[in-house]
Design a protein around this ligand. Sequence first.
Ligand code: HDD
Length: 709
Amino acid sequence: MKNPKNQHNPKLKDLEKNTLKNDKEAMTTDQGLKINDDQNSLKAGDRGSSLLEDFILREKITHFDHERIPERIVHARGSGAHGVFKLHTSLDKYTKAKIFTEVGKETPVFTRFSTVAGSKGSTDLARDVRGFAVKFYTEEGTYDLVGNNMPVFFIQDAMKFPDLVHAVKPEPHNEVPQAASAHDTFWDFISLMPESLHMIMWAMSDRAIPRSLRMMEGFGVHTFRFINDNNESTFVKFHWKPKLGMHSVVWDEAQKISGKDSDFHKKDLWNAIEEGDFPEWDLGVQLIPEEDEHKFDFDLLDATKLVPESEVPVQLVGTMTLNRNPSNFFAETEQVAFHPGHLVPGIDFTNDPLLQGRLFSYTDTQLSRLGSPNFHEIPINRSINPVRNNQRDGHMRQQINEGASSYHPNSIADGCPFQAMMKDGGFHSHEERIDGHKVRTRSRSFMDHFSQAKLFFNSQTKTEQQHIINALQFELSKVSRPHIRENMVNQLTNINMDMAKSVAQALGVPVPKKPAEPLNEGKPADADKGHYTPIVKEPQTQSDDALSIIKNLKNATKTRKIAFLTLGKHDGKQLGDLNQKLKKAGAKLQVVSTGLGTLKSDSGEEVEIAATLFNSDAVLFDALVIAGGDKNGTALLSKGKAKEFVTDTFNHCKPILILSDASAFIDELGLPCCKGAAKSASELFIDTSIDGFLKSLSKHRHWEREELI
Ligand code: HDD
């Protein structure tokens, strides 16, 4: 989508230096030689063997042979988009970073969303954490906020990251399962590492199966520091809040989407941007004065903890809008290289041991993934502030540094490039008094692994709690070793006994009677046992509404996709009326029938069929309309696929509008929950009026229906 506003985006202007269109131009070799025959190799005779001399064939095949680069070790599958971040509230009291102080300023961004565990070609709808990485191209250098769609993490210390990733990735002996945590090695590791339990609650919740990348929150996860002009520090937690609100799918739906359209999220993001429905997120900050560092019932340096919004409110300061799709997936989305250590003056780290390890890992991984320390020169990674230093050479160097000096201090180049004063934007690491022994240990203040897992579970609605239980039952039922299932149930007893019992019952393991002693294998061989014994306690904040998706529904009709199921001869007036109202609400209606082409309504208007019962599926839509007119509704049900379409929509609790004879339709449909006897539309949460349907749409789902299924 061409957005006229983008002509002022300095990063897009910068990328233009490297973009190429082939319009009306001849094909050439990599050396610029025009090619006359791209169909045939050079041969000795027309049936003869190919000649080594054929430099055109060799060049083409050689390039092709080397096209692949290693995929990211984690977050391999991703979707990216360009956009801008606009600040509306200055944070100059806390930070000198210009992106957060100059109100009205638009900073170009490139944002990449990802799944974590799956390979590059895996499905979008895996139960997984989603990466949410934002690169801000600022005049002070590039700043990366490399976060996730969950505010906490599985582990506390980077030392355990390779173990965590080895455990969740496909098992090493047979390379299965792909993009799934439902297997023995993952749950074995988790069951022995109680520090992961808070994150497990998030990963088993609906947050792990978002309806759209446009409808999920993002978090910086760690506690960072803001530094102001007086070099005073304030702790900060970053939040991204989607303007469309949060929305997730249900697990059965997620699995079916994976089969019907494994690129569901990729296409959804791409199409929204192409259609001008630019996704937006508000950026929020939680600010904590340095003197309050120890006032919480957890350690701010512990990435398995969040700061409840009811304790420290999130202040919204600006908005990110993604308004342009990449021109080339590999050049931009694949080659973009994020790093939590890409900072600007005014932002700094804390001693969070997970963050500290990340500061090493991200540059290191780009060296093997992108192949050279010059990865910062790749157009998508190039800073819009010119790069000047004495780093030289290396594979694929692009910059041509002039002059004889490549060192500092120097006299022959007048000391240039020179070191910038702090007042001129020179980065100065925050000065912090550190006084202690060199120790390989973990602070005792990190040993409470359960209280925030409880906080998260307590904060969910009954429906969401049940989804967590269902997810645990599903995941652990795929674990073949009974002792792992049992260990896991024991860990759950320290979060919620009812949850642990329900999970145990579904797994055929002993149902616990009381909370178990938590296993904690995540400690050193000679550790003082007392130091590493998990602290089991209640959270200071018992429940926080901000943690629930359902309690935070908003603005929910915009960009929803609705299927209008018809065989033709539907009531044309009804369709027109519905279309108009849905358009006004920002939703999109698509006609679904048995084949492509056009259909006529009872009054003769032609409508274009967007999808068929065979090339599409109920799981790819947010809601369903059964058209009225000439027995259209019940006639539909003679098609087995249509029955399945309606039943899936019903079972996934999505809004349904029946514009034909609803009771005859429900009777004919024979939903399993009705046990043969037809229930009324209202008892089944099925709408029969357009206005009622619009209300249902804005609620996303009729969760009450889960009681009936
Ligand atoms: Fe990481 C990629 C987010 C912990 C090591 N990470 C990566 C990406 C995201 C995150 C969003 C994808 C960036 C992109 O789109 O290219 N990672 C996180 C968060 C973490 C976290 C929110 C905890 C709070 N990561 C973490 C640790 C380590 C890594 C503890 C290692 C010690 N992460 C990597 C990596 C990746 C990566 C191996 C793979 C590809 C890349 O960096 O560029 O270096």
